[in-house]
Write a protein that binds this ligand. Structure first.
Ligand code: IMP
Ligand code: MG
Length: 178
């Protein structure tokens, strides 16, 4: 285990099994459709790559970059878009794929932002959900795990760009970010 991690919350095997279940659920729910999976960079890159391989449908993949986090562990409340999905979303079933829903500020902004591109539907799929922290009324249509109010890293999630490559999700020792 990485020395900056207090404890492992979800192991590699637990994540793998849960991602497979979410992929199967999406496959059932979108039968006959060709969803567009839009990963929110950078955090969702690991989850999206595993999830996409568990979805047995013709789907396309795109990314956007949204950021509301500086180097701290709290949201700044202001969301900026640095990279847009390139292709038309008109009439498409869009699934936004996110690493974690925290305050919900980012996801509320993204749903509104993408709805202006006239998709048929927009669904939200997040690996982790911290419902206690929610400041907007956004909900996940698909989520992997509910989590405690701790700062988590690994499997795509970072602190100051570190730890994204850990294969598990762990609680970061508070002395690292305090
Ligand atoms: P929200 O706008 O507060 O919901 O924040 C969502 C974004 O904050 C996520 O996409 C993550 O990038 C980041 N974030 C929230 N909580 C954590 C965490 O515990 N660890 C790492 N990143 C987090
Ligand atoms: Mg993120």
């Amino acid at each position: 285990m990485n020395k900056d991690i207090e404890s492992i919350l979800f192991t590699e095997a637990e994540i793998k099994a849960r991602v497979k279940e979410i992929g199967q659920q999406i496959t059932r729910d979108f039968t006959g459709k060709k969803p567009v999976l839009i990963g929110v960079l950078k955090g969702a890159f690991v989850f999206l790559s595993d999830l996409a391989r568990c979805i047995d449908l013709d789907c396309s993949i795109d990314f956007l970059t949204a950021s509301s986090y500086g180097k701290g562990a709290e949201t700044s409340g202001k969301v900026t878009i640095a990279k847009d999905p390139g292709d038309s979303l008109e009439g498409k079933s869009v699934i936004i794929v996110e690493d974690i829903l925290d305050s919900g500020v980012t996801m509320s902004f993204l749903k509104k932002y993408l709805s202006e591109r006239n998709p048929e539907s927009i669904s939200v799929c997040t690996l982790l959900d911290k419902p206690e922290r929610r400041k907007t009324d956004v909900k996940a249509d698909y989520f992997g795990f509910l989590c405690p109010n701790e700062f988590l890293v690994g499997y795509g999630l970072d602190y100051a760009e570190k730890y994204r490559n850990l294969p598990y999700i762990g609680i970061l020792k508070p002395e690292i970010y305090k």
